[in-house]
Design a protein around this ligand. Structure first.
Ligand code: 5GP
Ligand code: ZN
Length: 113
C-alpha cells in the first residue's frame, strides 16, 4: 500500500535490520526498542490490524507465532520469558496501521505494550 511505512520496509524501499524473512512475513528490529530484544513481525501483505483477519488469512497468525518462538529461542530469551503484543486501533496504542506483532524481552517487563 502506498505511503505505508511497513509496506516500504517489506519491499526494502526503507532499510531495516532484518532478523527473519520468508515469502509471507518479515521480522526486523524496532527502531526505538523498549527492551534489549524488540523485534517487529509483519505480514508482507498489507493488513491494517487484527480486524483485517478472516478465514482465508488467519493461518498467518499461527505462522507469526512459530517464527516468534524461533526468534525468542535464538535471542536467548525463551526460557526467562518474553511478550508478544499486537496493538489495534487508536486506544489500543496502534501507531503504524500495518498489522505487526511486537516480540519484546531481555529484561523483566513492566506494563508496556
Ligand atoms: P505500534 O504502536 O503501532 O504498535 O508500534 C509501531 C512500532 O513501530 C513502534 O514500536 C515504533 O518504534 C516502530 N517503528 C516506527 N517506524 C519504524 C521504522 O521506520 N523502522 C522500524 N524499524 N521501526 C519503526
Ligand atoms: Zn502496509
Amino acid at each position: 500500500m502506498q505511503d505505508c511505512i511497513f509496506c516500504k520496509i517489506a519491499k526494502k524501499e526503507i532499510p531495516s535490520q532484518v532478523v527473519y524473512e520468508d515469502e509471507r512475513i518479515l521480522a526486523f528490529r524496532d527502531i526505538s526498542p523498549l527492551a534489549p530484544v524488540h523485534v517487529l513481525i509483519i505480514p508482507k501483505e498489507h493488513l491494517i490490524n487484527v480486524l483485517d483477519l478472516n478465514e482465508k488469512n488467519v493461518d498467518l497468525i499461527g505462522h507469526i507465532h512459530l517464527v516468534a518462538n524461533k526468534l525468542a529461542r535464538e535471542a536467548g530469551i525463551a526460557e526467562k520469558g518474553f511478550r508478544i503484543v499486537t496493538n489495534c486501533n487508536e486506544e489500543g496504542g496502534q501507531i503504524v496501521f500495518h498489522m505487526h506483532y511486537h516480540l519484546i524481552g531481555g529484561e523483566e517487563l513492566k506494563n508496556f505494550a
